[in-house]
Each structure stands twice: as C-alpha cells, then as structure tokens.
Design a protein around this ligand. Sequence first.
Ligand SMILES: [Zn+2]
Ligand SMILES: [Zn+2]
Length: 348
Amino acid sequence: MPTTVRAYAAPSATEPLVPTTIERRDVGENDVLIAIRYAGICHSDIHTVRGDWGKIAYPQVVGHEIAGEVVEIGAGVTSFAVGDRVGVGCMVNSCRECENCRGGLENYCAKGNTGTYASVDRDGTITQGGYSTHVVVDKDFVLRIPEAIPYEAVAPLLCAGITTYSPLAHWNAGPGKKVAVVGMGGLGHMAVKIAVAMGADVTVLSQSLSKQADGLAFGAKHYYATSDSETFRTLASTFDLIINTVSSAELDINAYLKLLRLDGTMVNVGAPPEPLPVRVFTLFNNRRSFAGSSIGGIAETQEMLDFCAEHGVAPEIELISADQINEAYERVLRSDVRYRFVIDTATL
Ligand SMILES: [Zn+2]
Ligand SMILES: [Zn+2]
C-alpha cells in the first residue's frame, strides 16, 4: 500500500506552488523510507516547475537537496538503520551497468540517471522531490550525513555542494592553485568555501562588490567586480581554474577565458539556455580548456559530505516555512538570498 504524505506542488507552469498530498511507494527490499526534515531550494527547481527546461507533468513536487532521518528500511538494507541522519541529492537511480555507473559516476550514466523529481522512475511513475514530509529511495542513492554539519544547513550540500566540489576535486584545486569563482549565489558561495578548504588561493569574480565582505569572510583572498573592465586587464592569464556558476548567456565568455593561465580550465556549472560563443583563438593561447561538470557520483557525494564535516564547511542558509516558498522563488530570481533557502518541512 503506497503511503499518502504531505507536500508542496506546482499545479502548472504558471501557478504558485500549493499544499497537497502525494503517494510514496511501498518500502521495497532495497529501499529506505526517509522522514524529510529540511529541503533546499535550488534554482533548478524553479526552472523545472516553470517549464523552462521543457514540458513536465503536473502536479510536480520538486526539491533535490534533502536531509532527514531513516524511519523504515527494506529487508535487504544493511547499510542504514532507523534513526540514521541521511540525505538525498539530485538523482535516485541509474542503470548501474554502464561503464560510468560501474566507475562510480552514476551522474554520467550512459542511459541517463533518474532525477529526484520530474524523471520517469523504474516503475513508470514520475519522481516527486523533497518539498514533502517523506520520500522512499533506493539505499544505493542515500547519503550518510555526518553529525558535525548543522542539520538545518546541510541540505544544500546535496546539490550546490557536490556540483562545485566535483569540478574542484577533478581539476585539482589545492595549495599553490589559483581558483576563481564566477558568481556569488547559492553555487558560488559553496565553491568559495570548498576551494578555500582545499587550500587553494581563491578569487571571487562578481558583478558588484556588494557581497565582498561575505566572500572574504568565507576565505576568498581577492574579490573583484566584473562590472569594472579594469578587472579583466588586471587578472589576464592568472587562474589555473575558473568555476563559472552563472547561468546567463550574457556573460562575455571570452573575456573570462582570457583570465586562464597556461593549461588553465574554465568549468561551467551554471546552465545558460542559449549556446555560448567561444572563440577558439582564445583557447589556443595558454592551451586553455573550456569544460562542463554535472553534480557528482554517489561515492564522491559522500566524500564531499565527509570533507565538509572535517573542514567545518556548511552552506549559509535562510530557513523558511512552507508558506514562504513562492516568495522565496521570487527572491531567488532576483538574486535576493544569502545564500540558500531551506524549507523546514515540519511546516508543510
Ligand atoms: Zn540543484
Ligand atoms: Zn549507467
């Protein structure tokens, strides 16, 4: 018997989210039933419910930054016990057989991973996300949340954290490396904190200096306004790695690429809907690379959580109640959030 649980759902692409109930599947042999305590609001949630990334089925519950407790486990689950503090991020399944899955990179599953929401699940139903009191997830896609990370702040690590940790780790951010973070929003502030914890020399490139005090408090050594063209002259051929968290196609991508030193890489984690006009000649100089990165595998997500616990890294959050979700969406779209909204799901 599926369980009926409380949730907040989008009834259509144009209407505000509303309180509702949804069904969660029975706890199968390899499943974990999680009582959700906190759910982060990611910009992707808004793009998805508003149909910006394509048609979806309604009503739709979004949310892929989930923190909660195990309340029931299937007969085949030995890795989790009732009462464990756990998390769920952007995916809840994958094929498990392709080269990428076998290599622990389920996020790059050749058949496409199953998203935590608005994806077709194995049973043919549409997955429903974390703005809900409970969720049933296969044990292999459940993360262990270390006690050292504040419970109400941990959820954004499951998307914003891993999205920035993975490219920083892959491109070897660390001592002696100069890393620039473009944009100081939900993703950007995590990129700064994680890169600093990895030991890199971190620079923030933001439109204005309005968040400079925060950036320096998070450990960045330098902070520049990109609205000032002098910034691009000063920083020419400087960085080993640039993490671009901005999802606007209006960003002058070639101006940023010129900030890479020899063998430097610019990695996009923001997702502009339009193509970016990269000049190949800019890549010739300094043998530069232009790359992308999408979340991280399950093992790497666990590694990121453990790393954050060990280094005292946690997202900056604003805790809200469910009736503030629609207002929070408008504020995210205005970049008026420092730096992530988290829903207290007890208010659903
Ligand atoms: Zn996200
Ligand atoms: Zn696969």
